[in-house]
Design a binder for this molecule. Structure first.
Ligand code: MN
Ligand code: MN
Length: 457
């Protein structure tokens, strides 16, 4: 035996993107060393043995869209890298990609370094960053090249938020052109910011300020239009584009049309668009504010089309857009909802109910996001050589979602009262046990920054 095994996860049903089979997973020095029936070999090696008989074994989740310790209105949102990453681990997510947003006029590198200072030593999952770009010019284009070389290989631009974040078509086109050549990937927030601005103005003038007016100011057409536009820009730039948090089925139609023309369009959706609908905005008083996000929740029926697209492979990934604010602090200007710890079990439960296959489950929560964002095959993949990020699910038990179990610093849970068939029993990050039987047993802040590879598609 070439290398000594430290750990063997024994006898579980391993699920990959192509099959399910009973196997032992042997780990050596943080990596998967062997996968198969390794009868008796574990004991001979003196490895720690974790009995996974009757359990399901999957690669650690990759959540490619989260916002932790996000500056907002002179403060930050509720969960920082310490609390958010622990909640992620409890929920079976071992890798996150957050965002670095440089200050006005600040070099991309400086924004990146400031973000690393927030995460380094605090984040308990492994982590990377997308770079938010609000200014596209000769200088920032050169900085993009340098960021790609430093392992920050994706860039988020916005067609929304004119006051703070929006780029015009020329800027988006230029950034895409640059990624055509430097191996980066442009990720878009695609909603028509100017129209939304007008609708908000109208709503405010009419005194329509409650959360239930939020979806009316961000209609599905605004998302469909911007999605069509960014796809056309990518087509002209000869570059791929990743559409973030796709929520409206009409936007999906645009993705499908673009792909048919040969544009390389990739897209994610989020659990809130799959499991919740705009009905939540009918809740009394400020209860509805718990569901204010951008894009907003969509009318009942829309989600059926998203599920179909997840099954068909038309949607590639499921990320959370986790952005937690306590109701105490939401005070009329809510933006975003928690989700970092609930994604895996919500999706696993959906797989149990036949909405997607177990193979698609692994694909959309782990393998695809890892592949798209330059982390594959190290992440999102259970095979020899990969990081030993391993999640053991007990499919016979039931998990209750709620504030009591979400491990976040936020005072509500969007899925309060829901249950999932399955509990996360063990979570390993690079072979180290982080969560076991509902307790955090890892080293806090032990996550590593991941230098992501340039795009290979
Ligand atoms: Mn966004
Ligand atoms: Mn976001």
């Amino acid at each position: 035996m070439a290398e000594r095994w430290d750990l063997v996860v024994q006898g579980g049903t391993v699920i990959t993107t192509s099959e399910s089979f009973v196997a032992d997973v042997a780990v050596s020095q943080g990596r998967v060393a062997a996968l198969g029936r390794l009868e008796g070999l574990a004991a001979a090696q003196g490895a720690q043995v974790v009995d996974a008989e009757g359990m399901v074994v999957v690669p650690g989740g990759v959540d490619c869209h989260v916002h932790l310790d996000m500056p907002y209105g002179g403060s930050t949102n509720s969960d920082d890298f310490a609390s958010g990453s622990v909640a992620a681990l409890f929920g079976g997510t071992t890798t996150i990609i957050d965002f670095a947003t440089p200050g006005k006029g600040e070099a991309l590198e400086l924004g990146f370094e400031a973000r690393r200072r927030k995460a380094d030593g605090r984040c308990s999952t492994d982590y990377g960053f997308h770079m938010v770009m609000t200014r596209v010019c000769d200088k920032t284009l050169r900085e993009m090249d340098r960021m790609v070389r430093q392992g920050v290989t994706s860039f988020k631009l916005f067609t929304s938020n004119p006051q703070r974040l929006m780029s015009d078509d020329g800027a988006i086109f230029r950034a895409m052109r640059r990624t055509r050549d430097n191996g980066g990937l442009v990720c878009m927030h695609a909603e028509n910011g100017r129209v939304i601005e007008e609708l908000i103005r109208e709503a405010l003038a009419a005194g329509n300020t409650g959360p239930r007016f939020h979806p009316l100011t961000r209609p599905m057409e605004a998302e469909a239009e911007a999605t069509a536009r960014v796809i056309a820009l990518a087509e002209m730039a000869g570059a791929p584009v990743y559409v973030m948090h796709l929520s409206a089925a009409r936007a999906l139609d645009e993705v499908r049309r673009g792909r048919k023309r040969g544009v390389k369009v990739l897209s994610e959706t989020c659990p809130q668009y799959l499991f919740l609908t705009a009905d939540e905005y009918e809740r009394p008083g400020f209860e509805a504010a718990k569901f204010v996000s951008s894009p907003p929740l969509r009318p009942r029926g829309n989600e059926t089309r998203l599920w179909q697209a997840l099954r068909d492979g038309e949607l590639q990934a499921v990320s959370t857009d986790h952005c937690s604010f306590s109701m105490r602090s939401k005070g009329g200007k809510p933006r975003g909802a928690p989700g970092i710890g609930t994604r895996m079990l919500l999706m696993w439960d959906a797989a149990q109910r036949g909405r997607i296959s177990p193979q698609r489950f692994v694909e959309v929560v782990a393998s695809a996001p890892a592949r798209i964002f330059g982390l594959y095959p190290r992440k999102g993949h259970l095979a020899p050589g990969a990081d030993a990020d391993i999640v053991v699910i007990d499919p016979r038990k039931t998990h209750a979602f709620g504030v009591a179990s979400h491990h976040l610093r936020v005072d509500y849970e969007p899925y309060e009262g829901r249950t999932a068939h399955g509990v996360i029993r063990e979570v390993f990050l690079r072979g180290r046990r982080m969560v076991s039987h509902g307790r955090f047993v890892g080293k806090p802040g032990g996550g590593a920054f991941l230098r992501r590879a340039p795009r290979d598609f």
